[in-house]
Design a binder for this molecule. Structure first.
Ligand SMILES: Cc1cc2nc3c(=O)[nH]c(=O)nc-3n(C[C@H](O)[C@H](O)[C@H](O)COP(=O)(O)O)c2cc1C
Length: 147
């Protein structure tokens, strides 16, 4: 059994989750305890800085029990080339040692160099898919086939 933990600020992650849910994957979306700034400009500025210092957000309570799952998929937007700060919290909270871990990352450029470097270091052997703006990506279902 597989579960997706993901975060989405602008809906791209939600699009990914809706497709993975159809494949029978359980979905657990995380949300910030305190809302991020309303404007896209301030979100990018403050989120980008917070990601660069590997900040962990305080999240609303969420289910961390992984007993029924053998694979955990982590979904994150890319902020300043890195994981989004809510996902830093998830990676810190979950006990992923005995699980297969995969990543689905979504970004404006379709690239995620610093997040990938972190995955290679901390989760070696994990599979990673990076998707350029899922909401506008006509290839989305195909790109998710590898998961
Ligand atoms: C704070 C912030 C920083 C971002 N930094 C990058 C980046 O470094 N590289 C990139 O390609 N896209 C960057 N983006 C674009 C997002 O990764 C992209 O739009 C993603 O699909 C958003 O996912 P969401 O709609 O689920 O929140 C950034 C967006 C935000 C809000």
């Amino acid at each position: 059994m597989r579960v997706l933990y993901y975060y989405s600020m602008f809906g791209n992650g939600d699009k990914v989750a809706s497709i993975l849910e159809k494949k029978g994957i359980s979905i657990r979306k995380v949300e910030n305890a305190k809302p991020f700034p309303r404007s896209r400009f301030w979100s990018i500025l403050s989120g980008g800085f917070a990601a660069s210092i590997k900040k962990k957000e305080k999240l609303k309570d969420y289910n961390k029990n992984l007993d029924e799952f053998d694979e955990v998929i982590i979904g994150s937007p890319i902020w300043n080339s890195r994981f989004s700060t809510p996902i830093n919290t998830v990676l810190n909270d979950l006990s992923l040692k005995d699980k297969k871990v995969s990543f689905v990352l979504y970004s404006g450029s379709g690239e995620a160099p610093k997040a990938i470097a972190r995955i290679e270091k901390e989760y070696p052997g994990s599979s990673v898919v990076v998707i350029k703006e899922p909401k506008d990506n006509s290839n989305l279902e195909k790109l998710l086939e590898t998961l």
